[in-house]
Ligand binder design. Sequence first.
Ligand code: ADP
Ligand code: ASP
Ligand code: MG
Length: 462
Amino acid sequence: MKFGGTSVSDGDCIRRVVDILEPYRIDGVELAVVVSACSGVTDQIISVAHEVVSSRDKTPIESFIHAMRTRHTKILDQVAPDYVDEVMTIIDERLGLLENILSAVYTLKELTPRSRDYIMTFGERFSAPIVSAALRQRGIPSVALDGIEAGIITTPNHGDARALPASENHIKSRIVPLLTETVPVIMGFMGATEQGIITTLGRSGSDYSAAVIGSGIDADEIWIWTDVDGVMTSDPRIIKDARVLSDVSYLEAMELSYFGAKVLHPRSVEPAMQKDILVRVKNTFNPAHPGTCILRKEHREKRVVKAISFIEKVALINITGAQMIGRPGVAKAIFSALAEREANVMMISQGSSEANISLIVDESHLEVAMDALSPLAKQGVVREITYDRDVVAVAVVGAGMAGTPGTGGRIFTALGRAGINAMMISQGSSEVNVSFVVKGSDGKRALQVLHDEFRLSEDCDE
Ligand code: ADP
Ligand code: ASP
Ligand code: MG
């Protein structure tokens, strides 16, 4: 069971988490718990780390450390009064370490991806011992483990590391023996390379930690506890009448999260899918709600489109040049250049005239991508490369779309009626997803138009 940032945000929340876990433990269910940092903490850590690179003195560090200590002490006092001394010793030691590293960043005026990753893991280093102590306070034996102790070995990609297959045996040998005696509380979001260098798994990476751990211990189910009732038909912060889906397939969940549905980290489904482990998304603040089941075979809703997600921080790259017509190897040159620089391409579309290839990249990869591609224009392989940052990618997702004609027509007719122009269109080969790109200012409206068109707010599960 993984509890996200809002689920461990304060003393009341952590008590609720213990309330949720206790009956399972009493029933003899073996549980491994993964926790995020308390809500907002990771953002605050990142912002102070960046601030000190250019600050004139160490005041930001001092006030930050003070604020962290105050917040976590208060929570600990509330949830584990008998363990305050023991856990404060641990937290103070970690605060000291964090202060030293931030001071080093201040002195060197340099924040490398490696040090940034290490710094970012501290939120979880504070929250996990508190949650573990809260369980003990309730009489449930528990130990806190960091992601490395739990056995997560990753690629060296700082800020976006992936778990390596070697993690599986490590996790099994370290976690499984603990489960009969205790409830391990594992710090999400972090791992380490084979050389022991600390990495993070990408923002919201605790979902992924939970999936990797769940898969490593061959869990019966992986539960993601969050602050909404489940995976919804669209982002509830934007679509007010979004509805909770009772079940979605692994592929649907992957497509939705890849296209920005923040409720799940984009890679969190894969480890579960490989082993056919059911993933359940549930609400810590409304545990009686059944939530959403993510499993191999979605029970087919009558509708073809189930959900719509969107991702804002992307850029559109247009590559044009008649030279591309009928000339093999141009696509290879483009994608090799991008791969060499590790620019991640999220969507691809090629005009049938072959005179145009459009790509969507993460906005943070735009500069690298343009750098990688510009030699191709100079060498005459392509004529022109332009980009547009002011775009939003939208994904319309539903397993029922596979083999159902007319969905694309309905999507683009509805958009056309609303006066929204699709600048690029792409359909994944899984046919679970039709995605397209619109102007930034049209993004939210496109979402609402399609949510209405496919009447997603209406329950037709039955
Ligand atoms: P946690 O801290 O538990 O990991 P997150 O904030 O990362 O929680 O993710 C939960 C949030 O994801 C919800 O509060 C909701 O606003 C947002 N969200 C975006 N798209 C969706 C969706 N399709 N279904 C459910 N929630 C979504
Ligand atoms: N604390 C990390 C973040 O804010 C990981 C997580 O919450 O899942 O990104
Ligand atoms: Mg999250």
